[in-house]
Design a protein around this ligand. Sequence first.
Ligand SMILES: Cc1ncc(COP(=O)(O)O)c(C=O)c1O
Length: 437
Amino acid sequence: MNNEQSQLFPIKTEINELDHLTIAGCDTNELVKEFGTPLYIYDKFTLTQMCKIFTNEFKSRYPNTEIVYASKAFSNLSIFKIIEQEGLGLDVVSGGELALAESINFPNNKIYFHGNNKTKRELKQALIYKVGKIVVDNFYELNLLNNLAKDLNIIQDITLRLSPGIDPHTHTHTTTGTLDSKFGFSLETGDAAKAFKYAKEMSNLQLTGIHFHLGSPIFELDPYALAIDKVLEFISNLGIDSQNLLEFSPGGGFAIGYIEKELPPPISGYADVITKALKEGCKKYGFDQPKLVIEPGRSIIGRSGIALYKTGAVKEIPNVRKYVSVDGGMGDNIRPALYDSKYHAVVANRMSETPKDLITIAGKFCESGDILIKDINMPIINADDTIAIPASGAYNSAMSSNYNMNPRPPILLVDEGKAKLIRRGETYEDLIQYDIL
Ligand SMILES: Cc1ncc(COP(=O)(O)O)c(C=O)c1O
């Protein structure tokens, strides 16, 4: 594995004497024998390292920073526990994610509740759990939340989600901060200005700052600097003072490497640009330096996860394409079908063989679009080989489905040669139990 490829895999990835892929000292082929495929494996060391890297890179430049894990990337009890132990906060976007956090008594004051259409029930749940901040997305929510807080006799801290009109040049489905977006109060339309006015008038809401999220994954650094300056200038023109800007969040969206030709800037690069832009902007527009809230999801959890599949049918269409099918696909990883996402793959049971066959890795779901990787050079693949796809930790399991009544795969956490089941695989009984005859 060359240096670029190794950056796609968990940090403690090696090849053992059997020519097998190992993660954190665990032979992936042995894990496949024990747990079957598809199988997802998360490396604890990579996850904790990423938490530490984010914390160090931001806090060394801007001590008043809070790193908040965007749990939509992958929600799981064991993962939440690690996030808490690493001192990170939690971004949740649903009552379900919040319920998971509540079930392990995740510190309520470190929870940020996001979403463009939080239901009455979800907002009430958040108020009762006394989450630290509710990030208000729209006027409907502003009124609804104020009324609910009034009923419960609570003063709730909020921040406003702004839509700054900056294009981060990522896939249109994952761009969120432009004018044509369902998220946030637009600077351009006048909604953001109105939102500040109304928020300050709300009897049971305390406006503590602002949030925006540009999109994901963002490989460029400039959009963050441009958006920070634009938002600070905008709120200074509105006459907002530092009292209503105790917190400033430019969201998440930091990229990870999926293929060796597209590697992201280091976290230090994002930290440099963001902290510099915030310090300079505060000076330029006359604000005290607020708390900086950073919300990485993918970049915390993505690299620590790999997906393992077994190969089955091979279909060769002469001069057209060779399809190698695996026993998972869009049910456990919808990203290629949804976003055209690219991935790398290796044969985990024959790691040092030279790639010489151009193939397409297809999933087993009944959709022509269920292609995991289009055109990748691999060693000649036989039935029953083990395929490993790195950078599978974010938005794979999180977006998984039971399409075609396929059970979701089990998930392991590996650490220092040991593997622990952190989510059991589903059974047919699990899938059948919701139906009523
Ligand atoms: C508000 C908000 N914060 C953070 C994130 C996390 O993005 P990423 O996983 O790319 O870091 C998202 C992703 O959709 C988001 O909507």
